[in-house]
Ligand binder design. Structure first.
Ligand SMILES: Nc1ncnc2c1ncn2[C@@H]1O[C@H](COP(=O)(O)OP(=O)(O)OP(=O)(O)O)[C@@H](O)[C@H]1O
Length: 371
């Protein structure tokens, strides 16, 4: 899959911009705060209806503007597609595939996928469990539309339940509705666990291979999916998972009411990462955690390839300059085969290292350089 063109209007610091990309490699360079990440953000947004960094869609509309437009021309599965998003300060956003409106961002993922990799991802191992859950959620939402739906329903129900627990002191009658919400959490939670388990098995395999190679065969990375304690086998049938989730929730009923928090469910899941048998979060060096995170992100790309049949578009935001030469080389060797967009700063040697198109960005205006 490849993105051939991008048109931006009133998006972030871009007034109006049309770009034609290389099918293999696109290097985007410029000084800080010129609009490099904004460009990758638009490409990521059009692949799933979600920004990797904006809190709301409105954040992406140009300051002082009322609406923004992003349109990508994409070539995938031997066909051409046009993916478009129209954002407005006043109205609901519009998402369109070949001029036909679609309801959810998940539907955009059926056209093309992206793997976005930024310097913060290098902290994936060091951060709390929320970062690793986000990694699972973002990837699986693009890969499996059913996962995206279950996740949205789970979040909605979780918010409702939290509100009930919080307000129950003043309105005890609200507690009568709790069983219904618990049952919904159990149903959607089982779907999340099912997909997370499947994904983690593949992640474990590919990330271990990457880590072994990147560490010069010296280290063993192991990743294990950790979910609700009553779940004995996350690969079990959905009905079994639902029963086990129900048991856990019931045993936490009093504690949830006392703390007024949802204490039971896959919203507390994590990926346990060890290097040579030791907890990476606690014991790994900075270099080791970076290698592990890198291995996980590149594994994500391989998993897409296996599921979808084509490499997703890889968006590397300033990530290579954060890596030492050995890891840079490892990444550069790994990224062949699919389309890649790489941002870097003015003085980066990457421009010479990589073949393809080179774009220079200054104040939200892009010019193509001759290579
Ligand atoms: N909604 C918006 N409207 C207009 N400009 C915006 C908007 N949101 C962000 N910007 C501007 O975009 C610029 C940041 O762009 P971006 O994050 O793409 O920088 P960058 O080139 O990736 O820089 P760095 O190398 O520092 O990461 C800033 O100047 C910021 O003020």
């Amino acid at each position: 899959m490849q993105i051939d063109t991008l048109y931006l209007e009133s998006f972030r610091n871009y007034e109006q911009q049309f770009l034609e990309f290389d099918p293999a490699c696109n290097v985007i360079y410029g000084e800080n705060a010129q609009g490099k990440t904004n460009l990758l953000e638009a490409l990521a947004y059009l692949s799933c209806g979600k920004s990797p960094r904006a809190r709301t869609d409105r954040d992406m509309i140009r300051f002082g503007g009322q609406a923004a437009v992003m349109t990508a021309g994409v070539f995938v599965r031997e066909r051409e597609f046009q993916v478009r998003a129209e954002l407005s300060r006043e109205r609901r956003r519009k998402l369109l595939i070949n001029q036909v409106p679609v309801k959810t961002g998940a539907e955009l993922s059926r056209v093309y996928n992206t793997v976005f990799f930024c310097p913060e991802d290098l902290l994936l191992i060091r951060e709390g469990a929320a970062a690793r859950r986000r990694f699972l959620d973002v990837t699986l939402s693009q890969l499996r539309p059913r996962y995206a739906e279950a996740l949205a329903q789970y979040h909605r129900t979780y918010e409702h339940k939290t509100r009930i627990l919080r307000d129950a002191e003043e309105r005890p009658d609200l507690l009568d509705t709790l069983p219904e919400f618990n049952e919904r959490l159990v149903r959607y939670g089982a779907v999340l666990i099912h997909y997370r388990h499947q994904f983690s098995l593949r992640l474990r395999e590919y990330a271990a291979l990457n880590h072994r190679e990147c560490s010069g065969e010296r280290e063993e990375l192991e990743i294990q999916y950790a979910t609700v304690s009553t779940v004995t086998d996350p690969g079990a049938d959905l009905s079994v998972l639902m029963n086990q989730l129900r048991t856990h929730m019931e045993s936490h009923r009093e504690a949830e009411r006392a703390s007024r928090l949802c204490l039971s469910g896959p919203h507390k899941d994590d990926l346990l990462v060890t290097i040579d048998g030791r907890d990476a979060k606690q014991y790994a060096s900075q270099g080791q955690t970076r290698t592990a995170a890198l291995s996980m992100k590149l594994a994500e790309r391989e998993i897409y390839k296996n599921v979808v049949g084509e490499y997703p578009v890889l968006l590397l935001d300033d990530v290579l300059s954060e890596l030492d030469p050995r890891r840079q080389e490892f990444v550069l060797n790994r990224i062949a085969g699919g389309q890649v967009f790489i941002t870097c700063c003015e003085d980066d040697r990457l421009r010479e290292l990589l073949k393809g198109k080179v774009f220079h960005i200054e104040h939200g205006s892009v010019s193509e350089m001759n290579t």
